[in-house]
Design a protein around this ligand. Structure first.
Ligand SMILES: [Zn+2]
Length: 452
C-alpha cells in the first residue's frame, strides 16, 4: 500500500471517531438516525479542526450502501465509501472555492445537480474555503439554496463565515468547530505515536500541541516530521524543528536578565542567532513566558497554568514578582514592531533585552480612565489612584465603590479599603478581582487588596 501521511492515515472515519467535537457528532448522528438531513450545512472553525473530514464522514454516512439506508457507521469497504475516501466519487464532489470561485463554476455545479445522483442516494458538494467564492458565485449558490434540488446537499466549510453573508448563512444548518484543547491533541498524538512505534516524551507532545494552537492537522504533521528527525524525540528536537528556543536556552537568557549581566545576554543572543533562531520568535517566546510566569505567580492552580512542575520550579528560582513581570512584558511588547521591521533584528533584540535591565519599578499611570495615555508619574496621590480605579469599573461596581467604600491606606503594595458593614464588605469582596485589575491598569503593579 502506498505511503499515507499521518494526517490522512489517522483522520476520523465515522462520527464516533470525531474526538473533541462531541456536540457536532451527536447532532449529526441524530440527524442521520432520524432521517432529518438538511439541504445545506455550514461548517465553521479555524484550520485543522475537522470541518472537511466531517463533511466526508457525513457524505459516507449518507451514501454507504452497506445498508439500504444512511448509517452512522459507514463500512469504509463498499464502492461508495472507497470512492469518497479516494476522491473519485461522482456523487460526492469536493471543491476548493479559493481556486474555483467563479459564477460559471458554480453554475456548472447547479446544472449538474439537476441530474439524479449516480448511486441513487445523495449528490453532495463539499465546498472548502467557501468564503472565497466571488459575489456572483455566491448569488448563484444562494438562488440554488432558496429552492434546493431534491437529494442534493451542500456542505460549506469556512474559516471566515463573516465573508459569506447572512443570506447564505441563514439557509444553512451551522456547526462551529472548536479548537482542540491541548489534552485532546496530546492524547491523539500519543495514540498515533504508539501505533507508529515512535519514542516521544510527554513534554515533546505537549510542546507540539501548544504550538499547533488547537489544530489537529498541524499537530499530526509536526509529529510526523519530528519522528523523522530522531528515534528518541524530546522537546529539544521539537524546538529544532519549529525554530524556537529550548527551555534551557530560554532560562539561560532569563537568568542573565535576572542577574542584570550584559555580557552573557549578548553572548546568548548571538549564539541563538547563529543557530538560526529568529529574533522575533525569541521575543515572542519571552512574551509568552512572562504571561505564563504571571499566571504561575498569581495562581499556580489555575486551569490556565499548563506548565510542568519543573518549569514552575525554575520560574520560582528566578525570584520574579508580578510587578517586574508586567514591566518586562510591557517593555518587550513595545519593541516587537521595531524588531519585526528592522534590517538588523538581532541588534534590536539585544537593545530590547538590555532595556529590561533599566526598567523602572516605580508607580506609573499607563492609562487614564478614558483610555488615553497619560504621562508616567513617579509619585502619585493615593486618592487620584482610587478615583481612576473606580472609573475603570462597570457601572454597578463603580456605584458600590463610590457610595460604600473608602480607600483608607495605600503603600504601593497593599490597598486597604473600608466598608460600612459586613454586607458591603462581602459585596466588595465578590469584586476583588476587577478592583485588583483596576489597580494593575492604573499603577502598572499587581498589588494586594485588604477589605475591612
Ligand atoms: Zn460503505
Amino acid at each position: 500500500m502506498n505511503y499515507q501521511p499521518f494526517h490522512h492515515k489517522y483522520r476520523p472515519q465515522t462520527l464516533n471517531d470525531l474526538i473533541g467535537q462531541n456536540a457536532i457528532a451527536t447532532t449529526l448522528t441524530n440527524a442521520i438516525t432520524l432521517s432529518k438531513i438538511a439541504p445545506a450545512y455550514l461548517f465553521t472553525g479555524s484550520r485543522g479542526t475537522g470541518k472537511t473530514s466531517t463533511g466526508r464522514i457525513l457524505a459516507k454516512s449518507l451514501n454507504c450502501v452497506k445498508d439500504n439506508k444512511p448509517t452512522v457507521t459507514p463500512c469504509g469497504e463498499c464502492n461508495s465509501c472507497k470512492s469518497i475516501a479516494n476522491g473519485s466519487s461522482l456523487d460526492v464532489i469536493e471543491l476548493d472555492a479559493a481556486s474555483n470561485n467563479s459564477a460559471e463554476g458554480i453554475r456548472d455545479i447547479v446544472s449538474s445537480t439537476q441530474f439524479a445522483p449516480i448511486g441513487r442516494r445523495y449528490k453532495i458538494w463539499i465546498i472548502d474555503e467557501a468564503h472565497a467564492l466571488s459575489s456572483a458565485a455566491t448569488q448563484v449558490l444562494l438562488k440554488t439554496l432558496e429552492e434546493p434540488p431534491i437529494n442534493v446537499i451542500f456542505i460549506l466549510c469556512t474559516t471566515d463565515p463573516s465573508k459569506l453573508g447572512d443570506t447564505i448563512i441563514s439557509r444553512c444548518q451551522r456547526f462551529n468547530f472548536k479548537r482542540f484543547n491541548n489534552d485532546v491533541i496530546v492524547n491523539q498524538l500519543e495514540a498515533i505515536a504508539q501505533s507508529e512505534d515512535i519514542n516521544i516524551s510527554y513534554e515533546a507532545l505537549l510542546l507540539i500541541a501548544k504550538h499547533s494552537q488547537g489544530g489537529m492537522r498541524d499537530a499530526t504533521c509536526l509529529l510526523e516530521q519530528v519522528s523523522l528527525l530522531s528515534d528518541n524525540v524530546t522537546p529539544v528536537e521539537v524546538h529544532q524543528l519549529l525554530g524556537t528556543i529550548s527551555e534551557d536556552n530560554l532560562f539561560e537568557l532569563l537568568n542573565a536578565i535576572a542577574l542584570s549581566k550584559t555580557e552573557p545576554i549578548i553572548r546568548i543572543i548571538k549564539q541563538l542567532y547563529a543557530d538560526g533562531k529568529d529574533p522575533l520568535v525569541i521575543l515572542q517566546q519571552l512574551l509568552e513566558f512572562y504571561t505564563n510566569a504571571l499566571i504561575t505567580l498569581e495562581n499556580p492552580k489555575s486551569p490556565l497554568n499548563t506548565l510542568t512542575s519543573t518549569t514552575t520550579q525554575r520560574i520560582k528560582e528566578l525570584a520574579l514578582n508580578s510587578n517586574t513581570v508586567l514591566n518586562h512584558q510591557q517593555h518587550l511588547r513595545s519593541c516587537e514592531t521595531q524588531i519585526k521591521f528592522s534590517r538588523l533584528p538581532r541588534v534590536m533584540l539585544e537593545v530590547a533585552i538590555l532595556g529590561l535591565l533599566v526598567q523602572p519599578t516605580e508607580v506609573k499611570i499607563p492609562l487614564s480612565s478614558n483610555g488615553t495615555k497619560s504621562s508616567p508619574k513617579t509619585t502619585v496621590n493615593s486618592e487620584l489612584i482610587w478615583t481612576q480605579v473606580i472609573n475603570l469599573q462597570t457601572p454597578t461596581i463603580k456605584a458600590l465603590l463610590n457610595q460604600q467604600t473608602k480607600l483608607i491606606d495605600y503603600d504601593g503594595e497593599t490597598a486597604t479599603i473600608s466598608t460600612p458593614n459586613e454586607i458591603f464588605r462581602q459585596k466588595v469582596e465578590a469584586n476583588r478581582f476587577p478592583i485588583k485589575m483596576g489597580f494593575q491598569k492604573v499603577t502598572g503593579k499587581m498589588i494586594d487588596i485588604a477589605i475591612n
